[in-house]
Design a protein around this ligand. Sequence first.
Ligand code: NAD
Length: 347
Amino acid sequence: SLFGLPDQAAHERVLLATDPATGLKAILAVHSTARGPAFGGCRLWHYDSEAAALNDALRLSQGMSLKNALADLPFGGGKAVILKPQGDFDRPALFAAFGRAVQSLNGAYITAEDVGTTTADMRGLQAVTPFVSGIPRDDAFGGDPSPKTAWGVFVSIQAGVRLVLGRSSLDGVRVALQGLGAVGWHLAEFLHRAGAKLVVADVDAAKVERAVAQFGAVAVHVGEILAADVDVLAPCALGASLNAQTVPAVRAKLIAGAANNQLATPADGDALQARGICYLPDYLVNAGGIISVAREYRGEGEEAAVMAEVSKIAERVEELLQRVQKADSTPARVADDWARSKLVTLG
Ligand code: NAD
């Protein structure tokens, strides 16, 4: 049933937007507006099927509700996916058509960058709709959220290394990074500066070569990164990397990374816990980017203040681990309950 997909809480609205002239096929999913307008990025991706795109939009938008709630942002959760047209396409025209779809929701959904979309795309959207963020400006804070996302993941790893691994600093801590994209690269820089030893993998060989040269990283095959002999694993590529096939092979004792929806199913979080591996939920640790674009959108952006707000993610990691001890449960399940308790209308 479209109205009761497994594992999905009900969505308030799902818009299927098409525009034959530009080839646009997009799904705009508004999961919750309880805390405020649904805020979440827009993904441009090639999907094997329309059902896969819908599933991604529903899962990602639900995740945004939890992420925004846990980050105490006055926004609900939403997400859009654009099914990447085959062959050449007119990118500005495609995004203009997508912008009209965003505008048609009249502010119920606010968009920003995500995988496959750029700050230039967001600037293009701005001509069509005001409900967009993540736009670089000369005169004010704004733009690419990925450095802030990376910073939030970094402070989460710092907190986890201290509280879970019992080590006082990252000096000499071995970290495996899956994906050296916008977030992964910034994270690698922060980790390297803090003295961590990096093991990296990316399908893009040039990025791997750069990381080896710049950070003295050890490169491994993409099929081996999740099982690398390290202290910390940071998944920063795509979702569902932690699944029934990969979980038994993980050797890290702590997992904290940027990728959304890292657990293929809730059972994979249980399996990690059973193996003595602490998984810090993706939507808790990767909230830095949404904090950045949300503050930018509200005109509250100021670099130092936003960085301080992102750094507070470390305090939430600490509180989560305390709650986990008391609840005798897993971090993923405790974070879900904690976030859901905050899906309430703000006064
Ligand atoms: P990106 O596209 O810039 O980077 C992804 C990287 O992963 C690329 O370098 C790609 O080559 C690599 N990759 C793809 N498949 C791989 C595989 N199987 N093994 C190893 N590497 C692989 O994306 P990004 O903006 O860095 O985002 C990374 C993840 O973090 C995504 O899941 C995204 O949804 C999530 N995220 C990003 C932000 C943000 O601010 N950009 C915020 C929150 C969450």
